[in-house]
Design a binder for this molecule. Structure first.
Ligand SMILES: Nc1ncnc2c1ncn2[C@@H]1O[C@H](COP(=O)(O)OP(=O)(O)O)[C@@H](O)[C@H]1O
Ligand SMILES: [Mg+2]
Length: 459
């Protein structure tokens, strides 16, 4: 009997008995049992305590025994399957008439009917919204297609975990707040929190529980906190945005690794992706966290959205800064990569030193990097490994995009160090990549190039 069938049947029995779907630990216990694993091994693989795993296991066997009408234990489960009894068993209809999806994301599709999927209805419950210290958005331009893609992922596809990625200043915070505004009525609870001061997972969980439960009695144990949060995410439809996730990631190591003391976030995000619930967590970051890269390849309910240039809509920002010479704005936008923050900072400089005349500003050797823009760029650069920096310095000196094979022997690092560096620079959104005649070529945009040249190559 296929493991998916076993899980499907077990899920039906659990649902008929408790009204809840199979959860990640119950699934792990069944899978582990089929693979001949012990409780301590299953506990280790799921990062749970052995005692908790045994408790859940014993309740699970009891539910299955009652539903099946014969004693099922961890010991005899495989034998029962071998005899084919479980396979021929058809449980009574559960509390609601559900159809079961034949894969591990058993409950994802069944929580709603096909009509609900197409026309998600606003929940009639009262919306609880807590945006904490989110910046107030005064102007918001365009991003129409980005908003509708994200909305589709969340309300149509029921994506549980979304990483909203892109270089600093590109508009992640602004977009996520605008998204909240657009879809908030479809949720019971909407939360925005920035992790800019690097709170521990424990502190973040406590904060979330305080918002959810409105109580001061928060459990001490981190495992209980996680399981209570997952309960809320199951019972209520919640949208949570955690901003500035890059602050949990370390510097001087390849992109996406958590700082010491912050590794447990990785497990929390993984659980949000894997456990069945009806909520969505959005993580904003200017560096792709390692496990998100992996989970988005493995699991359907996890997606990455890389935010790019604001495009011609940036002209509205230039207009609001009262710049002159509209016919030259496209050139300015191209040079500064359509990055709204870079253009805001540069527009201020143009107003102060050039009376707002863009044509006159463009006469200077381009691009000019305002001091606050240099500070913005210094942040991701401060995190690079020596090999990553060497690749950036090498690319800043090239006029044309180049393939990795063309610079392998020109940088004093081993081939694998260079290849990894290129890969992770991509995860930090510092490199431009193009495909030409079936070869991948890498380059730096004008702003990056200027920054690296002035900072690392000028002496
Ligand atoms: N769609 C937009 N419309 C208007 N201004 C924007 C837009 N996106 C970003 N901005 C402006 O650009 C700046 C950087 O945006 P922000 O969302 O903070 O970027 P990130 O979170 O990616 O670092 C902010 O001042 C913001 O007001
Ligand atoms: Mg931001």
């Amino acid at each position: 009997m296929e493991i998916a069938e076993v899980l499907k049947l077990a899920d039906e029995l659990i649902f008929a008995k408790t009204g809840e779907h199979i959860d990640y630990l119950q699934k792990a216990i069944l899978e582990g049992t089929l693979q001949g694993r012990t409780y301590p091994e299953i506990a280790e693989a799921t990062h749970s305590s052995e005692g908790h795993t045994r408790d859940i296991g014993s309740k699970l066997w009891q539910i299955l025994s009652e539903g099946f009408g014969e004693e099922i234990t961890k010991r005899n489960f495989r034998a029962i399957l071998k005899k084919g009894k479980f396979c021929n068993f058809s449980p009574a209809i559960g509390r609601d008439n559900v159809t079961v999806n034949n894969n591990l994301n058993i409950c994802q599709e069944r929580a709603r009917s096909p009509t609900e999927a197409q026309n998600p209805q606003p929940t009639p419950k009262q919306l609880h919204i807590d945006l904490g210290d989110a910046p107030e958005i005064f102007t918001f331009f365009d991003r129409t297609s980005e908003l509708s893609t994200l909305e589709n992922w969340i309300t149509g596809d029921r994506t549980r975990l979304i990483a909203l990625l892109g270089i600093s200043g590109i508009g992640k915070t602004t977009l996520s707040l605008s998204l909240i505004d657009r879809i908030k009525t479809q949720f019971d609870c909407v939360i925005y929190r920035s992790l800019r001061f690097s709170p521990t997972l424990d502190a973040t969980l406590t904060n979330l529980l305080q918002i959810f439960s409105q109580q001061s009695e928060i459990p001490q144990n981190i495992e209980t906190k996680i399981s209570q949060i997952l309960d809320y995410l199951r019972k209520y439809r919640c949208l949570i945005v955690l901003d500035d996730v890059q602050m949990l990631l370390g510097s001087g190591q390849l992109a996406g690794q958590y700082k010491t003391g912050y590794e447990d976030y990785q497990l929390f995000f993984k659980l949000i992706a894997e456990v069945c619930h009806q909520s969505c967590l959005i993580l904003n970051s200017w560096e792709k966290p390692r496990e998100i890269a992996r989970l988005s390849k493995e699991y359907h309910p996890v997606r990455c959205f890389v935010l790019g240039s604001l495009g011609v809509a940036v002209k509205e920002i230039l207009k609001s800064k009262k710049l002159a010479d509209q016919e030259t704005w496209s050139t300015l936008i191209d040079i500064y990569q359509g990055n709204p923050l870079w253009l805001e900072l540069t527009a201020t400089l143009i107003r102060e030193l050039f009376g707002g005349r863009v044509a006159e500003f463009l006469q200077c050797e381009m691009p000019i990097l305002d001091e606050s823009l240099q500070f913005q760029l210094s942040q991701p650069f401060g995190r690079l490994t020596a090999a990553e920096l060497a690749v950036m310095v090498h690319l800043a000196d090239r006029t044309e995009p180049v393939a990795v094979s063309q610079f392998l022997n020109k940088i004093p690092f081993s081939a694998s160090e260079i290849v990894n560096a290129v890969r992770f620079l991509g995860n930090r959104f510092l490199l431009d990549t193009i495909e030409r005649e079936k070869i991948t070529l890498f380059s730096l945009n004008a702003v990056m190039k200027q920054y690296v040249q002035s900072r690392y190559l000028s002496n």
